[in-house]
Design a protein around this ligand. Structure first.
Ligand code: HEM
Ligand SMILES: [Ca+2]
Length: 256
């Protein structure tokens, strides 16, 4: 299966590339302009050497540190795809209302076990979810697994059942420490204050609940497991050696 190869950065080119960014699963991804800034600086310093896939991976590494998460040691040397995999995105990227079973098997297929999957979802300790991804837990009736006060808060954030996906209407993943990548997520979901169905299921499913409890109790254990799983994710079947290419511009495959 294709993986960390920067295919998501490719823009639509009539007849050859249908951008993965146009998939509904890419909803919420933004600020690709920073990849461009980084790539331009690298090309000036050291042309045709650092792949867009390595830029994405190392940006994730540095983003984790900037949010107070662990420092994850990552390899480099990934190369860039020469195609987009638009139709695979919906097959392999979990949807907001997928079941825990399907999410566990998707991660299993790239070598990440239940413990690693539980740790990766701790990323929902930062950031936000747009109302369009939340309303099916609030309307027409409130998901009974949601904490009552929390549901009332979410309804205030998302007052209508049919929000305009383009509107900036959202709720924070973690109201306690919204900008810190910590184990607060696990404390929240144990209190039934997870935003997505998958967050609630992670806390209640017997295959993942023991890890959730342990991560809620022990931030160091969470950080160790999160690091381990991010490495697995970042090393999942990359293009190496002569495979793929080093793109000149992350938005387009090379023309020569
Ligand atoms: C396992 C299944 C997962 C599902 C179904 C899922 C789903 C979602 C959804 C629907 C959003 C909200 C997007 C929006 O409305 O703007 C979101 C946000 C987010 N997810 Fe996940 N996610 C999953 C796993 C992960 C993993 C493994 C990571 C990272 C290791 C991650 C990191 C994030 C972050 C950081 C945000 C906040 C983004 C922002 O603030 O714009 N998620 N996720
Ligand atoms: Ca947090």
């Amino acid at each position: 299966m294709q993986s960390c190869d920067a295919s998501v950065l490719l823009e639509t080119v009539k007849g050859t590339i249908e951008s993965e960014q146009k998939s509904v699963r890419s909803f919420g991804m933004r600020n690709f302009k920073y990849v461009r800034t980084i790539k331009e600086a690298l090309e000036k310093e050291c042309p045709s050497t650092v792949s867009c896939a390595d830029i994405v991976s190392l940006s994730a590494r540095d983003g984790i540190v900037m949010l107070g998460g662990p420092r994850v040691e990552m390899k480099t040397g990934r190369r860039d795809s020469q195609e987009s995999y638009f139709s695979d995105v919906e097959k392999v990227i979990p949807n907001h209302n997928d079941s825990i079973s399907s999410v566990l098997s998707m991660f299993q297929s790239v070598g990440i076990d239940a413990e690693g999957t539980a740790a990766l979802l701790g990323a929902h300790s930062v950031g936000r979810v747009h109302c369009t991804n939340l309303v099916d837990r609030l309307y027409p009736t409130v998901d009974p697994t949601l904490d009552e006060d929390y549901a009332a808060y979410l309804k205030r954030r998302c007052p209508t059942p049919n929000p305009d996906p383009k509107k900036v209407e959202y709720a924070r993943n973690d109201r306690e420490t919204p900008m810190i990548l910590d184990n607060m997520y696990y404390k929240n979901i144990l209190n039934h204050k997870g935003l997505l169905g998958i967050d609630e299921q992670l806390a209640s499913d017997p295959r993942t609940a023991p890890y959730v409890q342990k991560m809620a109790d022990d931030n160091d254990y969470f950080r160790e497991q999160f690091s381990r799983a991010v490495v697995l994710l970042s090393e999942n079947s990359p293009l190496t050696g002569e495979e793929g290419e080093i793109r000149n511009d992350c938005r387009y495959v090379n023309t020569n």
